[in-house]
Write a protein that binds this ligand. Structure first.
Ligand code: SPD
Length: 351
């Protein structure tokens, strides 16, 4: 073989090798709440499917919605709460899911699928991912036991906190107004004038002690004493408590807001087949169990729950009694009526 021919052949071989090595892997764009998945599962899925997951997080449904409406890069899969499944559906952003492609769908708890029908009437667009309750988390180093002994939402108004600037509430209108509604004896979904006036008055009192409305940084701030008491999601609180024995959490005696977060596929997804694979992966009993044990939120995956250890099942902060759950209210989709709640929330935040 001539020298020039050999050089050309070698060049072609190198080019083939380089392009083989850098061949683009399929990419799945996922947008989920922070601290809401076991990161090892992402790695496992990437290895199993020879793909890349670009994983981003949000700390409120509102921020999620703003981002997906404006993002230049569309996401494939997101994890909205129930009321926001309805909102996304109304905006015509959701893919109708093909059950034929979801071989692990039957692992889901039929009772929770029934509950999900309140925001997705035929379970067509969303798959329940996790559910939970919202309560109060505090640092025992700074908050004496007698202050939390009442066990109710009104700890937020305790004079112990006056002028200390040590309380935060979630940056979530439905959670903040919902807590005040439940404390006042109403459903977290009651938008009657009577209920909202009562909740507004309660919030004006609580607000004297509230320094910020925040859904993420309170977790670190409770550790270092910047915040002493915070409205918090139960699983997030339990994750922090596992790391720091100074932290504790209560589900207020009057009841609490309850929510279910869900997996949905955006109809703009560029990689629907891989998105189905990922949903199916999360629906595997063993994967859902590991994920639930990591995040400390109960999973709607019945097959996974059956294998969960006693410590998880008997933990009342994860699995409250039926008696307590009767005092809790699933945050419903309220359509335009939600504006009444938003306007009280804005008033509290601004004044
Ligand atoms: N870190 C996970 C938090 C999950 C919160 N769920 C939604 C609550 C909606 N009010």
């Amino acid at each position: 073989m001539k020298k020039t021919t050999l050089i050309i052949a070698l060049g072609i071989l190198i080019a083939i090798l380089i392009s083989g090595c850098t061949a683009k892997k399929p990419v799945l764009y996922i947008f989920n709440w922070s601290d809401y998945i076991d990161p090892a599962l992402i790695k496992e899925f990437e290895a199993e499917h020879d793909c890349k997951i670009k994983y981003s997080t949000f700390d409120s449904n509102e921020n999620m919605l703003t981002k997906i409406k404006s993002a230049t890069q569309s996401f494939d899969i997101i994890f909205p709460s129930g009321d926001h499944v309805s909102i996304l559906r109304e905006l015509d952003m959701l893919e109708e899911l093909d059950r034929e492609k979801l071989s692990n769908f039957d692992n889901l708890n039929p009772q929770l699928l029934e509950k999900a029908r309140s925001f997705d009437p035929e379970n067509k667009y969303s798959i329940p991912y996790a559910w939970g309750l919202t309560g109060l988390m505090y640092n025992k180093t700074f908050v004496p036991e007698n202050i939390v002994a009442s066990g109710g939402w009104n700890i937020l108004a305790d004079s112990f906190f006056d002028n200390k600037n040590k309380i935060t509430m979630l940056d979530d209108a439905r959670e903040v107004i919902g807590a005040a509604l439940v404390y006042s004896g109403y459903s977290a979904n009651d938008v009657s004038e009577e209920a909202l006036t009562a909740a507004h008055e309660v919030l004006k009192v609580w607000d004297r002690n509230i320094t910020q409305f925040d859904s993420d940084s309170y977790k670190n701030e409770l550790q270092d004493g910047t915040t002493w008491l915070a409205q918090a999601y139960n699983g997030d609180a339990l994750q922090q408590m596992a790391e720091n024995s100074d932290l504790d959490f209560i589900l207020p005696k009057e009841g609490a807001a309850m929510w279910m977060d869900n997996i949905v596929m955006l109809n703009s997804s560029q990689n629907k087949d891989l998105a189905y694979e990922f949903i199916n992966f999360l629906l595997e009993a063993e994967i859902a169990q590991r994920n639930s044990e990591y995040t400390m939120y109960p999973t709607p995956n019945l097959a996974a729950m059956r294998n969960m250890g006693e410590a998880f099942i008997l933990n009342e902060l994860i699995n409250p009694s039926e008696e307590y759950l009767e005092k809790c209210y699933m945050i419903d989709f309220l359509g335009d009526e939600a504006r009444k709640i938003d306007s009280i929330y804005e008033d509290i935040k601004m004044n």
